[in-house]
Design a protein around this ligand. Structure first.
Ligand code: MG
Length: 331
């Protein structure tokens, strides 16, 4: 980490996020490569929208509600930030310690639940349908993050953080390896599509869905483990390849989204000022920009009618930046 990067991170940590005025351009938005400039607005500031959680995760935009839903995992609730009013309220409590969320092609909320070790879908009438809770007769560990492909298939990671402690779920024995799964919602068939990650965590498709990105956060329990994002070629219902896209060390990538140009906007955390926040990589895997947050970031998503608003889950708070990027994933 260079001195400038560390200074930017420390400045973000010392900023008055409640009453402070930001001189444009916001120094917390760092241009690493000039190609990043077209994705940011010089007269937009990073904002803290809300604080009061213990660990925010799983952001998902609901355009029809003009709202952002996100998990507050230890507090066992899903929160809702309403854009027009700026108010944040409880959407569901208890939530079974949900973590990652997405929406399916019919707009229904799809959620990873730690405590109940399952992936669920919330129907339009509010009832909850279990999509997956076991594989080959054994219970899932604790699904972490989820994405739905345009064919309706549900892809999710199962690293098992939710059964390691009682803080974000409930302590239990692991019955399965830490796999990445694909669920066919019509047949109900569940397949382990990637089996060589220690802690598979965030995942997203490229804009044309030809590529699948998956992060490994193995360093959370093994200092010598991997902290990288790998990229796979999607081949029908399965994937192949899996080369390293970017090595995140000393930080880790927990969750991320692609924009329409194929850039990956990933959370970055557990490495201190200068690396806590968001890092943006172009499709070649080159770092082009950073967003410095005063807290560790766990996940991000795009939202708003133009899918250009970036929402960042920063530990106890939610942060936001208007960008000129367009999120690839709906929502
Ligand atoms: Mg995660």
């Amino acid at each position: 980490m260079d001195d400038k990067q560390r200074q930017l991170g420390e400045a973000a940590a010392q900023r008055d996020w409640v009453n402070g005025i930001t001189r444009y351009p916001d120094p917390a938005v760092e241009v690493v490569d000039d190609s990043f400039r077209k994705y940011i607005n010089a007269n937009a500031a990073l904002e803290r929208l809300w604080t009061g959680a213990r660990w925010t995760e799983g952001p998902v935009w609901f355009g029809d509600r003009n709202s952002l839903l996100f998990s507050d995992i230890p507090n066992n609730r899903i929160m809702c930030w309403h854009a027009p009013s700026g108010q944040t309220s409880v959407y569901r409590e208890p939530s079974n310690n949900t973590n990652g969320h997405t929406r399916d092609r019919e707009g229904r909320l799809v959620s990873c639940e730690h405590r109940t070790r399952r992936v669920t879908r919330t129907e339009h009438d509010g009832s909850v349908t279990v999509l997956a809770d076991s594989y080959q007769g054994k219970r899932l560990n604790a699904p972490n993050d989820v994405v739905v492909k345009s064919d309706g298939s549900v892809w999710f990671t199962d690293p098992g953080y939710g059964i390691l402690h009682n803080y974000e779920g409930g302590v239990a024995e692991s019955e399965l390896p830490t796999n990445v799964y694909r669920l066919d919602p019509l047949s109900g068939r569940l397949e382990a599509v990637v089996t060589d990650f220690a802690k598979p965590n965030g995942l997203c498709f490229s804009p044309d869905e030809s590529l699948l990105y998956i992060s490994d956060t193995a360093t959370s329990h093994d200092p010598d483990g991997n902290a990288h994002i790998r990229v796979f070629e999607v081949d029908g219902d399965s994937v192949r390849g899996g080369r390293e896209f970017v090595d995140m060390r000393p930080a880790v990538s927990d969750g991320f989204r692609a924009d329409m140009d194929g850039n990956i906007w990933t959370s970055s955390g557990w490495a201190g000022p200068g690396l806590d926040g968001v890092q943006v990589f172009n499709p070649a895997g080159d770092l082009i920009g950073r967003i410095h947050l005063p807290e560790i970031c766990a996940n991000v998503c795009f939202g708003g009618p133009h899918r250009n608003r970036l929402f960042m889950m920063g530990s106890q708070s939610v942060y936001h930046l208007w960008t000129e990027a367009i999120g690839a994933q709906r929502p």
